[in-house]
Design a protein around this ligand. Structure first.
Ligand code: 5GP
Length: 208
């Protein structure tokens, strides 16, 4: 399927700093907009319906799946998440290039539908740093954090299937890299080049 604008997909394990990075990206690159997903999980903290997510029941979500209203959907950490066609199409109709902040399963579904989509994976600089960030945000119960850390092992292993890889050690550096990807897709940020340039990080994350 062809789209009138560009489509960027950003995936990462929880705690890698994806939301902060994407928020900063949008401030610097006003031609981009992020699609608001649907989810069956409950709102956290200050989250409001229609802002971070459209919060829906499992029934509503399943009806939307059956009606073909999602470009992709996936079960992530025990809840359903999906990218609605209408959300993406509305942004494209406004002349925006679109960013999807979704999990790796959804990213690979998007690539099947839109081969021109550019898939970006955000890596933490180390497992220790990822664990510290998850504990530090203080939003989740210890058992939820433990589950997310366990899932992160499998999620990080998917990075090789993505076009571009960004290591989020320093926010400034990672943001500069992400901006470079949306502007000019540099070969230096492709998976193989990043692995050659950062062998220690990749080895520590079991991606060597
Ligand atoms: P959280 O509940 O922490 O906001 O998100 C949990 C995970 O679900 C994150 O990896 C997030 O990127 C992913 N996610 C959010 N929206 C979507 C979506 O529409 N589709 C898919 N496949 N994953 C999503």
């Amino acid at each position: 399927m062809e789209l009138p604008g560009k489509l960027f997909v950003v995936a990462a394990p929880s705690g890698a700093g994806k939301s902060t990075l994407v928020k900063a990206l949008l401030q610097h690159e006003p031609h981009l907009a992020v699609s608001v997903s649907h989810t069956t999980r409950a709102p956290r903290g200050q989250e409001r319906d229609g802002c971070e997510y459209h919060f829906v029941s499992v029934d509503t979500f399943q009806q939307m799946v059956a009606a073909g209203q999602f470009f992709e959907h996936a079960h992530v950490h025990g809840n359903w998440y999906g990218t609605s066609r209408s959300s993406v199409e509305r942004l494209l109709a406004d002349g925006k290039d679109v960013v999807l902040e979704i999990d790796w399963q959804g990213a690979l579904q998007i690539r099947e539908l839109f081969p021109a989509a550019m898939l970006v994976f955000i890596l933490p600089p180390s497992w220790d740093e990822l664990a510290q960030r998850l504990r530090g945000r203080g939003e989740d119960l210890p058992e939820v954090i433990a589950q997310r850390l366990a899932n992160a092992r499998h999620e990080v292993a998917q990075a090789e299937r993505f076009d571009f890889v960004i290591i989020n050690g320093s926010l400034d550096r990672a943001l500069a890299d992400l901006r470079a990807v949306v502007r000019e897709q540099p070969d230096a940020l492709r998976f193989a080049a990043q692995r050659d340039n950062h062998p220690d990080v990749f080895a520590a994350l079991d991606l060597a």
